[in-house]
Design a protein around this ligand. Structure first.
Ligand code: ADP
Length: 503
């Protein structure tokens, strides 16, 4: 392993140092059938962090078979709900014990500021598992008064089966948790495929599942590329359900693979281009800060990033300038530096993509108020650092306003009134998140109802909670994660008819 001179926890060093990381299949850590590995890199420096097994279709098949055995005949589905609950809680405790290890792995692999990885990614993951640890004992069916004489009818809610779970690189551990936790609570078994850019925390999560006592084969982790391992998982005929978070483009491929194989259930959490709306009657300090934080959090690599800030006429120049000033003040640097607010983007590919949009904006008539290219400074040239960028005088029909950039780039767009902003806000293929800043309560509720988005934040932006459903309208996805909605995703309802008539 190559490391730069930074304070890396010895447990992280040990995790990274012991030879190529392996796949977790059926409770064993194994090499890929092909013997191939790939490297994962630190986006702040370009340094290689570790070699990781490159799983492909053959490994996915082995993992699905292991998950199938664990589901069809293993101890997991036969366990009492209370036992499953205790094991999920124990997993949460183990993640909490290793918080610092997870946080450092996330920062090394993804680039995000360590302070954020600790608080949000790892802290959020622990809470998420704890929330779902409470669910196994509460998954109920119903008795239903059917209108047929001498009949007793009831429903059972049963686990959907073997679940393929394909997650992205922007919150590697948390996205895995969003999928694994409800699947376990429902009694399913899992094949998890982390993103090739950020495989490390999922491997450690797999280790802790075993340590917690979750039976072998219940959670399998196959690292590898999307076009090979991911595609094989989506197409596998013995997978009952696939859950995916990532780009809308890959979401379409997953749906196609499901429809061309066994019509497995599919849930999708896809892209966004969320409107964050500042009305002139808002608490202006909170609104302007919320508009800036809504786009620059996690370097804008967030599907709910408030990447279209709509500002009411009259306050447009003031708000746009404030966001630009905030952008200029944000401290860009390596995530390991605790003063860093903006880390690197995850990869060269993302850097090229984001810089392409930054170039496109002025060509379409937008004006760069702040940022506008790679971050300066010799230390930052090795990594994928970009300056937070504000595009003013933007229009909703520009490509920079319609396409998901997935970086710290915001289009600031003027609007006239409620009707105008609802029309513009909804004039987009996506429907994941939206923000509204106003002191007028009636207006806030009217606009919240009119916006076609899965989550609307009023006088706040970006919060999520394990208990509250999350997902998208339109091309932002299918289904809802979090809360009981995720239990729905991972269970099938069975209706049982019993004839009570005397023969
Ligand atoms: P991004 O473009 O932001 O990297 P993707 O949607 O490509 O996001 O990736 C999200 C996840 O989907 C990753 O785990 C990736 O490996 C996986 N993936 C990519 N292509 C495919 C595919 N064709 N089939 C299944 N999974 C895929």
């Amino acid at each position: 392993m190559v490391m730069t001179a930074r304070e890396v926890d010895p447990r992280v060093q040990a995790f990274l140092g012991g030879g190529p990381k392996r796949l977790l299949i059926g409770g064993d850590f194994v090499e890929a059938a092909s013997g191939k590995t790939f490297a994962t890199h630190d986006p702040a420096t370009g340094d290689r962090l570790a070699e990781v097994a490159e799983g492909d279709a053959a490994d996915i098949d082995r993992a699905v078979q292991a998950a199938r055995r664990a589901f069809d005949g293993g101890p997991w589905p036969a366990m009492t709900a209370a036992e499953r609950s205790r094991l999920i809680w124990r997993l949460a405790d183990l993640i909490e014990e290793r918080s610092e290890v997870f946080a450092q792995l996330e920062t090394l692999d993804n680039g995000k500021p360590l302070t954020v990885a600790r608080r949000d990614d790892v802290g959020g993951t622990v809470e998420y598992f704890r929330y779902y640890a409470g669910w196994p004992t509460k998954i109920e069916g119903a008795t239903v008064p059917v209108s047929v004489a001498d009949t007793f009818a009831y429903t059972l809610r049963q686990p959907v089966g073997v679940c393929g779970q394909i997650v992205p690189w922007n919150y590697p551990l948390m996205m895995a948790a969003w999928k694994v936790a409800p699947a376990l609570a429902a009694g399913c078994t899992v094949v998890l495929k982390p993103a090739e850019q950020t495989p490390l925390s999922a491997i450690l999560l797999g280790e802790l599942c075993l340590e917690a006592g979750i039976p072998p084969g219940v959670v399998n982790v196959v690292t590898g590329y999307g076009e090979t391992a991911g595609a094989a998982l989506a197409a596998h005929p013995h997978v009952d359900k696939v859950a995916f978070t990532g780009s809308s483009e890959v979401g379409r491929l997953i749906l196609r693979a499901a429809s061309q194989s066994n019509l497995k259930k599919v849930s999708l959490e896809l892209g966004g281009k969320s409107p964050n709306i500042v009305f002139a009657d808002a608490d202006m300090d909170a609104a302007r800060e919320g508009a800036a934080a809504g786009i620059f959090y996690n370097m804008g690599q967030d599907c709910t990033a408030g990447s279209r800030v709509f500002v009411e006429h009259g306050i447009y120049d003031d708000v746009a300038q404030f966001i630009a000033d905030q952008a200029a003040k944000l401290r860009v640097g390596p995530g390991f530096d605790e003063a860093t607010e903006i880390g690197p983007l995850v990869s060269q590919e993302q850097l090229d993509r984001v810089l392409g949009y930054i170039e496109l904006g002025p060509g379409e008539g937008a004006r760069i108020l702040s940022g506008g290219g790679r971050a300066e400074g010799a230390e930052l040239q090795k990594g994928f650092f970009v300056k937070p960028t504000v595009l003013a005088n933007a229009r909703n029909d520009m490509r920079v306003a319609q396409e998901e950039i997935f970086g710290p780039v915001v289009s600031v767009i003027p609007f006239r009134d409620v009707e105008d902003v609802v029309r513009q806000g909804n004039d987009i293929a996506y429907g994941l998140g939206a923000g509204i800043w106003t002191k007028n309560l009636a207006k806030a509720h009217r606009v919240a109802s009119a916006l076609r988005a899965g989550t609307v934040w009023v006088n706040t932006y970006g919060a999520t909670d394990a208990a509250l459903p999350f997902g998208g309208f339109k091309e932002s996805g299918h289904g809802r994660e979090m809360g009981f909605e995720a239990i729905h995703l991972y269970t099938e309802v069975k209706s049982v008819w019993v004839n009570l008539a005397e023969s």
